[in-house]
Design a binder for this molecule. Structure first.
Ligand SMILES: [Zn+2]
Length: 311
């Protein structure tokens, strides 16, 4: 099959802020922006962002509102500037005891699981929050130098950690883990699978981490063979999605199947060929299909929608 690359913007992509990476190393400018009255800061408590009541938007705070808490205790990430040139930051307030019931957080809204609220937020906000979550999580997990074990220091607005050991000086950067997620296609059917942990009836695209020394096509072929025993040939890129649990990049593809018989491995509870008409019926919410598709937030949903629309 031929698949055209699309202008799809998957949830958690398409953020409105200019990341201004050239400004990250400008410590003086960053220090000014951290306290500038117009700057905006989103707080995270245990990696859950502060959103306004009803999850109508990000619960932005001003530096003044956060001034009651010691700056040094709160790791702060530079997210970028908006169209008006206002600097935006993410801050981890997990060290503040019982932060959800403290001012200014409770005055603004609630800390909520990003996955639960992403689709209720205005376009662009999920991407901004995904960036903050992924980078803050990386700092929380990478406090010590992987080379020499010394405690490292945050630099470049949160986009680097530097080892202060003069014999080492290693620089560490936030990691992004590439994951291939794909539908193998055979004529009018697509290969879908489910893991035991999925909600009852839900089937999704197959997926797996890209390994060192592999390109995307090879990872797609290996994963489909490992998980479902299906041989695939040509691989077609569709779109990608940042997925901040903890920091993956989902690479959505289609793949031309060259065999038919499914042999599942331990990762899957079931895999099957699903016809376009069955997937269309499920997509349209018809009863009795026996299949529930992933929610619109997931790139697997985007891939299934694209497959349906090619019919
Ligand atoms: Zn080191």
């Amino acid at each position: 099959m031929s698949v055209v690359s699309t202008a799809v913007t998957n949830t958690f992509a398409g953020g409105p802020l200019d990341r201004c990476s050239e400004l990250r190393s400008n410590a003086e400018w960053l220090a000014e922006q951290r306290v500038a009255p117009q700057s905006r800061i989103v707080a995270y408590y245990r990696l859950e962002p502060l959103v306004t009541r009803g999850a109508g938007g990000i619960g932005w705070l001003s530096p003044d509102e956060l001034a009651i808490y010691p700056e040094a205790d709160l790791p702060r990430i530079f997210l970028g500037k908006d169209d008006a040139g206002v600097a935006h930051f993410a801050v981890d307030v997990s060290s503040i005891e019982d932060a959800p019931s403290q001012s200014p957080f409770r005055d603004v809204g609630r800390f909520m699981d990003l996955r639960a609220i992403a689709l209720r937020l205005p376009v662009g906000d999920p991407s901004t929050l995904a960036t903050g979550k992924a980078v803050l999580d990386w700092h929380a997990r990478h406090q010590f130098c992987a080379v020499c074990g010394t405690q490292t220091e945050m630099r470049d607005g949160g986009y680097m950690r530097k080892c202060p050991n003069e014999d080492c000086n290693a620089e560490h950067f936030p990691r992004v883990d590439p994951v291939v997620i794909m539908l193998a296609v055979r004529g009018d059917e697509a290969l879908i699978g489910r893991q035991a942990m999925f909600p009852a009836g839900m089937y999704s695209a197959l997926a797996g981490f890209v390994e060192p020394g592999e390109n995307i096509e090879e990872a797609v072929r290996r994963e489909i063979m490992e998980e479902a025993g299906i041989k695939v040939g040509a691989v077609h890129y569709h779109s990608t999605q940042p997925w901040p649990w903890p920091s993956s990049l989902m690479i959505g593809c289609f793949a031309d199947a060259e065999s038919t018989d499914i042999v599942i491995d331990d990762e899957l509870e079931d895999a099957r060929w699903a016809s376009r008409s069955l997937l269309t019926a499920s997509y349209n919410g018809e009863q009795g299909t026996g299949i529930i598709l992933p929610p619109p937030m997931a790139i697997a949903h985007t891939l299934m929608k694209a497959f349906i629309e090619q019919g």
